[in-house]
Ligand binder design. Structure first.
Ligand code: HEC
Length: 203
């Protein structure tokens, strides 16, 4: 399938509010970004055009979005809705954190102690992707509507970004022990924020 993408710059407004933008003529940047789309799929927001159909966009922290050309071809305006905390949890923060937690562990049995850690370049790369996804989740949380004027929310969201940065540093030096410690910092952000903002006290 030869589908191509256009990139539009969009100003973000708060939370689940929608915004409207005028579409300039789409810029042709590539023929097929399907693989990239699959990879970054979790960081999508919903988009609505005047032709009525919701679809998915790619979103990065600076507000650059990309979508298939046919989504915007005949549209005079588009509105987009950012992910709320729940979607950010379910599609980014939770799976990323679980991946990191499972990647390093120490199991003690009667047979002895078994240390689990990434074994090769590709496993370190997967771990790095998870840490980047976690960081992106933290950055999106900061922009969620709850964040406005709420220092606690911003503090915990930033803590997610910081703990992801710690993880990335540990990955850089391929230090499994440090990844484990970063996992602890990650866990503290879940418990800390859920304690104040959600009924559940552990992830
Ligand atoms: C900045 C605040 C904040 C941080 C940090 C945070 N959470 Fe959450 N989390 C929430 C809120 C708020 C909800 C409830 C969302 C709702 O139901 O609307 C939630 C819900 C969830 C859910 C349920 C999602 C669903 O589908 O209902 C999971 C799972 C979750 N969090 C996991 C985690 C994990 C794992 C971490 C740590 C790596 C974490 N969260 C860190 C605020 C946070």
């Amino acid at each position: 399938m030869r589908n191509w993408l256009c990139v539009c710059s969009i100003l973000f407004l708060s939370g689940s509010q929608s915004i409207e933008v005028q579409i300039e003529s789409p810029r042709r940047i590539a023929y097929d970004y399907s693989d990239m789309y699959e990879q970054i799929n979790p960081s999508t927001a919903k988009v609505f055009t005047d032709t009525g159909h919701g679809s998915r966009f790619l979103v990065n922290a600076t507000g650059l979005i990309a979508t298939n050309h046919h989504v915007v071809r005949n549209a005079r305006y588009l509105a987009m809705q950012r992910l709320g905390p729940r979607e950010i949890m379910a599609s980014m923060v939770d799976p990323a954190a679980n991946f990191i937690w499972r990647s390093v562990s120490t199991t003690v049995t009667s047979q002895g102690t078994e240390e689990k850690a990434p074994q090769n370049e590709s496993e370190w790369t997967d771990l790095r992707s998870a840490a980047n996804l976690l960081a992106e989740g933290g950055r999106l949380l900061k922009k969620a509507s709850q964040g406005e004027g709420d220092e606690d929310w911003l503090k915990w969201s930033q803590a997610v970004v910081d703990s992801a940065t710690l993880t990335l540093e540990a990955i850089e030096s391929k230090n499994a022990e440090q990844v484990f410690e970063a996992g602890d910092a990650i866990y503290k952000t879940c418990v800390g924020c859920h304690g104040g903002y959600w009924r559940m006290s552990s992830p």
